[in-house]
Each structure stands twice: as C-alpha cells, then as structure tokens.
Ligand binder design. Sequence first.
Ligand SMILES: [Zn+2]
Length: 310
Amino acid sequence: MKSFIDAHCDTIVKLANRGGELAQAEDMHLDLKRLKAFPGSLQFFAIWLDPQYYAMPMRRTMKYIDFYHTQMEKNKDTIRHILTFADILENKRNQRLSSLLSLEGGEALEGEISALHIYYRLGVRAMTLTWNHRNALADGAAENATGGGLTKFGKEVVSEMEALGMVVDVSHLADAGFWDVEKLAKKPFISSHSNARAICPSQRNLTDDQLRALAAKGGVVGLNFYPAFLREGDAGIDDVLRHTDHMLKIMGEDYIGFGSDWDGIDTTPKNLSHVGDMSRLLEKMEQEFGGDVMEKIREGNFLRVLQECL
Ligand SMILES: [Zn+2]
C-alpha cells in the first residue's frame, strides 16, 4: 500500500492512560499492525493533556514521553522515532515507518522557555501552541470571542521553535493567534488537524483567508476526520473529499495533507473508522483528484515542510 504522512493522532496518550501496546491494539483507531501495511509512512504522535492535568502539566507530559520512547524502542524493527529529515528518508529507504513526536498544547512548557529546549532534546519536533483554552502562549479556539492572540511568551516560543528546528502548529489556536503566527513566522507553519470553515463552520476549522495565508507561507493543512469538523450529522469519506476539493480551489494542490485525529475522536466517518481504512480513502481520492495531486496530499506536501523546518 502507498505511504502517507498523518500529522496528528492521540494514540500514545490513550494507550498510556488505559494500558496496552502500540504493536497491536485492535480496539484503537491506530496500531502498528495496521499502520505497517503502509510502509514508509510517517505518523505524528501527539502528547495531549486532559485539562485535569493542567495543575502539573510537565509531570504528566514526562509520563507520556517516557511511554512513547518505550514503545518506539520495543517496535524499532517496524517504526523509528525521527529527529531529522534525513531520518525520514532513511526509514523510507528501509521500508520502515517513521514517527514524529509532537506536543498538543503549550501547557507542557509551564511558561518556561528552557522547557522548550529540553523537549527538543527529548525528541519533540512539533507543537500545537494551544489546545482549546487559554494558556501562557495564546488563546485557544474555545476562547475565540475574546479576540486574544499570542502573548509575549507565545511569540518568544514561536521564534524559538523556528530557531531550534520544530514545526509550529496552529490547530486549536483562536483566530487572532493564527494571524499573529502568520505575521511572525519566517518559516512555513502547519495546521495539523483542521478543515475548511467555509464547508463546516467550526472554530476548529480555518477560514478561506487563513487557508490562503497559510499557503502563502508554504505551510500545510492536515485534513481532520472528526465528523463534527466535516459536516453537520453523520459524515463519510465524501465529506473528506468535499473539504479537499474546497481547499484545492482556495489554495491549490501544494498545501493539503492528512491530520486524522485517530484515537482523539469519539466518532469516525462511515467507512473510515481506523487507520486500515486509509487504503480506501487514498483510492477514492486518487480517483477524484488524480495520482499527481494525491502524491502531494499523501506525503509530498508535508515532506516539503519537514525538510524546511527540521
Ligand atoms: Zn486536537
């Protein structure tokens, strides 16, 4: 099966919380048994913190990062943690999977820039600045009405991430923060798991102006499979295609990728209920958009950003 890049899943946190092994976990949306049917693929694994841990975010983050590296070590014949763009290419050459460790929410920094440096040393290569709420960096999507953008610390973090070689991710950020990142960013930035607001009006999706601005910076938007971000009511594969079609019209073919949100969502689209169904989605998209466009959406676009940012 063809390889792809998926810029967001919550599998590590879910597994760490309930116990289990990444190698095989049939009741999860994603495990290696199914992912390895797509050799050469790259999966982002996000560390997300339930708000109950906001009183001790770093401690909880350590628990998840430890679990993550333990799982990577146990499964190193199948998947390898990547630090550089060259690591991705080497894994592809060896038909192995690549894994990129990301943080979902700047809460994990506890307002301390040195924490960003340490997370980088622990192998973190991307970070969503906020989750849905306000933190020391910025306001999240649920606080959109306040009009709050990046704080002074948030701006420092964005610049420092670029200097270190980490990918800045604006998914979950409120609109004002998006535009602050857009003004500040010297490198491409991503929206790892968000759709088009013109097609499905959620604060978690991007407006057409935001899509254009992100594309002008050379970034990528990862298509999110969460039904509530695809349409009102039950969603199917066709809804992922509708968002793709809209983004193609607004941005062109060089700025779209995948950000499934596997194991972070409680419902899934019909016929797209776990990572194994990516074969069905890729096939349908190739019929609709053609092989050249799909090569870019599958992985070419995110590879370009990772080459520039890491
Ligand atoms: Zn998320």
